[in-house]
Design a protein around this ligand. Sequence first.
Ligand code: CIR
Length: 260
Amino acid sequence: MKRLALVRDLSPEIARCELSHLARAPIDVPRAGRQHAAYLQALAAAGCRVEHLAPAPDSPDGVFVEDTAVVLDELAVITRPGALSRRAETASVAEALRRYRPLERIAEPATLDGGDVLVSGRTLFVGLTARTSTQGAAELARITVSAGYTVRTVAVTGCLHLKSAVTEVADRTLLINPDWVDPALFEDYRLLPIDPREPFAANALRIGDVVIFPAEFLRTAERLRAEGIEVRAVEGSELAKAEGGVTCCSLVLNEVRGER
Ligand code: CIR
């Protein structure tokens, strides 16, 4: 299947990023840029056509494009990010996505970050967090119900987004940190717990049969490989200081409709 990955280059202002659960640590911006470039190569190697969004140098967190939209095969939902500093990021994403999908929008006053939405078939798990409100989940349900989707809200504690705590790594298989989200909510799935010494390891980016995964989490990577999952390691230490992981830096969509 052909896939498109929308990405955005790093802002030189990344040091002013939003932080919720980590203390501010100096980010080596050139190194972050090299790691980001290697991530883009991993996306291409996994079969994605990589398209760059308009640069947003004044948006410190603009590289984390995942939060600005939820892209389904039938439509794309432009979010209303929970952090005020991030709201300006959505305009350029909408501009790019309108060529590929009909657009809908999360309406004020609801908030929703794409990092809180785990798409699994026709189920949209939505994390309720400081960024995503119950109204945001209700908005997403309203917008997607006619396309056949069901929203299930999930309580999240101790981390930024739902997908910091749980991501899909194979069909009906979730990588999960059970300290941050209740495994009982995913009773229909095969659950692979992260290694408890690697709490940030639940954020993995599945592209078809390949999982792009942070190089530092060796133990959890071993667990994935033991399950027969193909892991492609990428260095993400610098953007991790900005609370960004591998899902955050792209919006991956199936090329189902062609150019509009
Ligand atoms: C933020 O706090 O919004 C950024 N510093 C990190 C966003 C990471 N995005 C994601 O997990 N989807």
